[in-house]
Design a protein around this ligand. Structure first.
Ligand code: AMP
Length: 537
C-alpha cells in the first residue's frame, strides 16, 4: 500500500522559487577582481538566474545539454548554479587547476556546448580551445576583444519568458569530474533530488546547521564539488552569501570574515592554516566574534590546528569528510551531549576524527569482504550509501569496480569507526596525493618520469607538508650508466603537468622496494621518507 502524499519533485528550480518568494531582500556579496565588492539582493540574483535560463533557450540548447563553468566563487557563478539546472540543462563546473589536456578531455567527454568563464581565467582558453567543440564562450565580468560577454547575453534575455519547468527529480542537474588514480577524470552526475536532499541534510542543526540569519562564506571553491553544496544550501534557507572571488589570501579572507560578520565558513586545511598564522601574528585587527563555525574538510585537519583555533582565538573548527562522488557531504564531527563529561583532551581527540555520518548516509568499513567492528581500532575500506551517493560514473566503465554488487560505493579511504559511529581516516588505497585540497596523480607522474630515457624506475609518494598537508616526492632509479639531474627530470615533466603538481624534489636511489606482485611498495617508501626535507632547505 502506497502512502497518500502529493507527488512533489525535489528540484533545483524549487529551491530558486522558494527563495524568490521568501528571501528577496537578502544579500549576496562578491569580491571583484579589483578587490572592491559587488552587492546585490536575492531578488536581483533570481532575475539574472532566470534570464540565464531563457538565454540558454534562445541559444537553441536542448534539454540536458551541458553548460560548463570555469570560475571562482562569485555571484555570476551562483547564477549559473541555478540558471542552468532551472532550464533543464546540466551544469558542469570545471576545475581550473586541471591540466589543459584534462580540461579539454572533460569538456569533450561531458559534451559541453557552452562555457561560462571568469574574466580572470580567460588565459586558460589558450591551452585547450583548439581541442574542444564548444559552440559559445561567454565571459563573466569584462570580456576581452573577440569573446562574447555574459552581461550582453543576459541583457538580451527576457525574464518574462521564464517558466518554472516541470522537471523529474531524478533528472541530471550538475556534473563534477574527479581525478582518477589511472586514466582520465571521471564524472559524478548529480540529480536534482540528490542536491535538494543534500541541501536539507547539510542545513540541519547537527550537520552544518545553516539558517536564514547566517552569513556564510564558502572558501571551498565552487569548481570543486559544488563548494560542498553550500550555494544550494544557503539559497534554500535564505542565508546571506559572501563570495570571496579570486582573493583567497589570508588577509583578504580575514577582512571578509570580519567586515561581513560571517557566521559560518568552510575550506580545506591549507586555507585555515594560513589564516591561523595570520591571526597568531596579529590577533587584534580582525573582529571574528560573529564566526561560530569553521568547517574544514577535503584533507585531514590536524588536532593541533583545531586546538590552536579554540585556545588562542576562541574559534570553533568543525571537521567534515566527503567526496565528489557523494555531493559531497558524508560525515561531520559535532560532539554529542554524552561527550560533555569527557576531558578536554578526549574531546579534541574526537574532534580530529572525520565525524559520524550525516542523516541518510550509511557507512561500513570492509576488510576481506566483511564489515569490521565499530571499535575504533579495526581498519577497513570505507563504503557508503545514501540518496546523494553516485551509483556509477558518467559514460564510462572505468572505475566500475568502485560500485559494489550490493549497492555501496567504495571510497578508497581506509578508516576505523568507533562505537559511536565516528569515522577516522587512517590511510587511502587510491594512489593519489592531495595537496592544498587538490589531487595529484602519482601514477601519471611516475609514467611521465619513466618515459625519460635515463630513468629505469620511478615512484612518486606523498610526503607530509605543514602548509599543503601533502607534497609529491619523486623517488628515481637511473638506468645503469645513465645520468640525469633533478632539474632535467622536473623540466621533462613541466610540459605535461601544472607547476603546482610537480614533485618538490627528486631522490635518486639504488632500488625501489617491491610488493610480491612487482609493484612499488609505497608504504615502505613513505616510511623511509616521512621526515624528508629537501637538500638545501
Ligand atoms: P574529493 O572528491 O576531491 O573531494 O576528495 C575526496 C577525498 O578527499 C576523500 O575520499 C578523502 O580521501 C579525502 N578527504 C576528504 N575530506 C577529508 C578529511 N576531512 N580528512 C581526510 N581526508 C579527507
Amino acid at each position: 500500500m502506497k502512502g497518500l502524499i502529493q507527488d512533489y519533485q525535489l528540484t533545483v528550480p524549487a529551491i530558486l522559487q522558494r527563495t524568490e518568494t521568501l528571501y528577496g531582500p537578502k544579500e549576496i556579496v562578491t569580491r571583484k577582481p579589483d578587490k572592491s565588492f559587488h552587492r546585490y539582493t536575492y531578488t536581483d540574483f533570481v532575475t539574472r538566474a532566470k534570464k540565464l535560463a531563457v538565454a540558454l533557450d534562445d541559444l537553441g540548447l536542448e534539454p540536458y545539454d551541458r553548460v560548463a563553468t570555469l570560475a571562482w566563487n562569485t555571484h555570476e557563478h551562483l547564477e549559473a548554479y541555478f540558471g542552468v539546472p532551472s532550464s533543464g540543462r546540466v551544469l558542469h563546473t570545471i576545475n581550473p587547476r586541471l591540466s589543459p589536456d584534462d580540461i579539454a578531455y572533460i569538456i569533450e567527454h561531458a559534451g559541453d556546448r557552452v562555457l561560462l568563464i571568469d574574466e580572470t581565467m580567460v588565459k586558460l582558453l589558450d591551452g585547450f580551445k583548439d581541442d574542444v567543440s564548444l559552440e559559445h564562450v561567454f565571459v563573466f565580468g569584462s570580456a576581452p576583444e573577440g569573446l562574447e560577454s555574459y552581461e550582453d547575453l543576459l541583457a538580451g534575455a527576457d525574464e518574462g519568458a521564464f517558466r518554472y519547468p516541470d522537471l523529474d527529480e531524478e533528472d541530471a542537474a550538475a556534473i563534477c569530474y574527479t581525478s582518477g588514480t589511472t586514466g582520465r577524470p571521471k564524472g559524478a552526475l548529480y540529480s536534482h533530488r540528490a542536491i535538494a536532499l543534500h541541501s536539507m541534510a547539510s542545513a540541519m542543526a547537527d550537520t552544518i546547521g545553516i539558517r536564514e540569519r547566517d552569513v556564510v562564506m564558502p572558501v571551498v571553491p565552487m569548481f570543486h564539488v559544488n563548494a560542498w553544496g553550500l550555494p544550494y544550501t544557503c539559497t534554500l534557507v535564505g542565508a546571506t552569501q559572501v563570495m570571496p572571488g579570486a582573493h583567497l589570501d589570508p588577509e583578504s579572507l580575514l577582512e571578509d570574515l570580519a567586515n561581513e560578520r560571517v557566521t559560518v565558513t568552510a575550506g580545506v586545511p591549507t586555507i585555515w592554516l594560513g589564516i591561523l598564522h595570520a591571526l597568531d601574528a596579529d590577533p587584534e585587527t580582525y573582529d571574528l566574534s560573529a564566526l561560530r563555525s569553521m568547517i574544514v574538510g577535503g584533507s585531514a585537519a590536524p588536532e593541533g590546528v583545531i586546538r590552536a583555533y579554540k585556545e588562542r582565538h576562541g574559534l570553533n573548527v568543525v571537521h567534515a569528510w566527503g567526496m565528489t562522488e557523494m555531493s559531497p557531504l558524508g560525515t561531520i564531527c559535532n560532539l554529542r551531549s554524552m561527550m560533555d563529561d569527557l576531558t578536554e583532551d578526549e574531546r579534541y581527540r574526537i574532534k580530529a576524527k572525520q565525524g559520524s555520518p550525516v542523516p541518510f548516509i550509511e557507512v561500513r568499513a570492509m576488510a576481506e569482504g566483511e564489515p569490521v567492528p565499530w571499535d575504533g581500532e579495526s581498519m577497513g575500506e570505507l563504503e557508503v550509501r545514501g540518496p546523494w551517493v553516485a551509483s556509477a560514473y558518467f559514460n564510462t566503465d572505468e572505475g566500475a569496480d568502485k560500485f559494489t554488487d550490493d549497492g555501496w560505493f567504495r571510497t578508497g579511504d581506509i578508516v576505523t569507526i568507533d562505537e559511536n559511529g565516528y569515522v577516522e581516516i587512517q590511510d587511502r588505497t587510491k594512489d593519489l596525493i592531495k595537496s592544498g585540497g587538490e589531487w595529484i596523480s602519482s601514477v601519471a607522474l611516475e609514467n611521465a618520469l619513466m618515459s625519460h630515457e635515463a630513468v629505469a624506475e620511478a615512484a612518486v609518494i606523498a610526503i607530509p607538508d605543514e602548509k599543503w598537508q601533502e607534497r609529491p616526492l619523486g623517488v628515481v632509479v637511473l638506468k645503469e650508466g645513465a645520468e640525469a639531474t633533478e632539474e632535467e627530470l622536473l623540466s621533462h615533466l613541466s610540459g605535461e603537468f601544472p607547476k603546482w603538481s610537480l614533485p618538490d624534489a627528486m631522490e635518486f636511489v639504488e632500488e625501489i622496494p617491491h610488493t610480491a606482485t612487482g609493484k612499488a611498495l609505497k608504504m615502505k617508501l613513505r616510511e623511509q621518507f616521512q621526515d624528508y626535507t629537501p637538500a638545501g632547505s
